[in-house]
Design a protein around this ligand. Structure first.
Ligand code: GLU
Length: 480
């Protein structure tokens, strides 16, 4: 396979929103699959939208997701610098070529005048095309004057790797701005220059740039550049309706998901398979499998709907997978920031034991907080919970007390406090008391935890230990 050179070119305007990460994942997969390169380029020429610290956030997010880059900030490379604001002289060199060949002009028209033209067109209900108002006399360029492309209206045909064969008429071509009044290049111009200088073979980006593509094709042509492969990535859609996923739809930044206990493997897996599949039923993919199986021609050309529940489900799958394949310690290492406060009073080995019996119920690592409290603190006794329990409410208080006492006696007599013996004892108690498992086990479970659920009872007892378990059961027996 030919080596692909791809890029991720974010603008440092804030956190990386979950809907934008896919524009980093797909180029990453293509680069790795072909033994090519992925470049990280920071498109920071829009100074009004620039946010301090956003670049570092982007870098951290990509690193956390395991999306390393071959050229760009932090790692350097032969095409330095990788911040567009540091490449101004390069853009000026390129624009000079167009000025010299008569394909660009310095435009002295004041902004107010341009607004008037636009209004005029609106009133006449005709599309506003700047080329119809192109000034007759243009000055020699000097700083403070915008530079525009001189469009040649004509038809364009091209192939988009996802959207298919495209065709547009001359009406979409215009004198787009190349260099702004403030001296910075526009996205429309800068990315053409950078992609060419950096040898980018696949321009993979959001479909929002599709409508501007004819203007980009005109620029490639004016510079005599070969067109790179154009790969438009369809929008990720909000959970309902037909609009692009936005912050208001509850979609979070990657950082927020990380803080909520979503694993990078799950985000990568979920987003990669949102709008792409390999034609099989497979749902869980490692990064290596994605690199192997990804193909541009299986990217869907319609929007893919964002489903946070699916992400959470996948996260649960990844939690299990890490535990089963890499072991309890490996999963534990991911959970450090997610335990209830009181857990810090207990040794790591104890926390690992708790994790080992609860991990398969976790959807996010932050579930640990609510789900494991009673392993680290005696729960508050609330006998109403026993009285109102759907399995226990048929029993009288005396019956409950007697059952609890019998359980305490049987458990106290155990020589070895381990899961197997505990299960035997619980089975014996069942047979002897004639109660249903749901009755007996609910009672003991509630008395130990007062939590809505716990892992298998014998495992819970084993991890809590003899002393704590019996003390809790006794305290409840006294309170009834
Ligand atoms: N800076 C553009 C953005 O953040 C990148 C588009 C592209 O990948 O070319 O939307």
């Amino acid at each position: 396979m030919e080596k692909a050179i791809t890029r991720f070119a974010p603008s440092p305007t804030g956190y990386i929103h979950i809907g934008n990460v896919r524009s980093a994942i797909y180029p990453y997969l293509v680069a790795r699959q072909t033994n090519g390169k992925i470049i990280l380029r920071i498109e920071d020429t829009d100074r009004e939208r620039y946010v301090e610290g956003a670049t570092e956030l982007i870098e951290d997010t990509l690193k956390w997701l395991g999306l390393d880059w071959d050229e760009g900030p932090l790692v350097g490379g032969p095409n330095e610098p990788y911040f567009q604001t540091e490449r101004l002289s390069i853009y000026m060199e390129w624009v000079q070529k167009l000025l010299d060949s008569g394909r660009a002009y310095a435009d002295p028209t004041p902004p107010e005048k341009i607004d008037e033209y636009r209004k005029e067109c609106n009133e006449k209900k005709v599309p506003f095309l700047y080329r119809n108002f192109r000034p007759e006399n243009t000055p020699t360029w000097e700083p403070g004057i915008p530079i525009r492309f001189k469009a040649e209206p004509k038809e364009y045909s091209w192939h988009d790797e996802v959207m298919g064969d495209m065709h547009t008429g001359p009406e979409v071509l215009d004198d787009i701005i190349l260099i702004k009044r403030d001296g910075y290049p526009t996205y429309n111009f800068a990315h053409i220059v950078d992609d060419a200088e950096m040898g980018v073979t696949h321009v993979m980006r959001g479909v929002e740039y599709l409508s501007s593509t004819p203007n980009y094709l005109a620029l490639y042509e004016a510079f005599g550049l070969e067109r790179p492969k154009l790969v438009s990535l369809p929008h990720i859609l909000a959970p309902i309706g037909n609009k692009k996923l936005g912050k208001r739809d509850g979609a979070k930044s990657v950082t927020e998901y990380r803080d909520d206990g979503i694993l990078p493997e799950a985000i990568l897996n979920y987003l990669a398979s949102l709008g792409w599949n390999d034609g099989t039923e497979q749902e869980i993919y490692t990064k290596e499998e994605l690199i192997e199986k990804f193909s541009i021609d299986r990217i869907q050309n319609s929007g893919a709907r964002y489903d946070e529940n699916k992400l959470f489900w996948m996260n649960g799958q990844w939690i299990r997978r890490i535990f089963n394949e890499q072991g309890a310690r490996a999963l534990y290492d991911r959970t450090i920031n997610f335990w209830p406060e009181s857990a810090s009073n207990y040794p790591e080995e104890y926390r690992i034991k708790v994790l080992s019996i609860i991990y398969d119920r976790l959807k996010t690592l932050s579930d640990l907080k609510d789900m494991t409290n009673y392993f680290f603190e005696d729960p508050k006794i609330d006998t109403d919970i026993i009285k109102n329990n759907k399995f226990l409410k048929k029993m009288s208080e005396a019956e409950v007390e007697e059952l609890l006492k019998k359980s305490i006696d049987a458990l106290a007599g155990l020589k070895e406090w381990d899961a197997e013996y505990l299960q035997e004892t619980l089975n014996g108690l069942l047979a002897e008391s004639g109660k249903k498992p749901a009755e007996l086990f609910s009672l003991i479970r509630i008395a130990l935890s007062f939590a809505p659920f716990s892992p298998a009872l014998n495992l819970t007892l084993e991890v809590l230990g003899r002393e704590t378990s019996l003390a809790r059961l006794n305290a409840v027996a006294r309170s009834i």
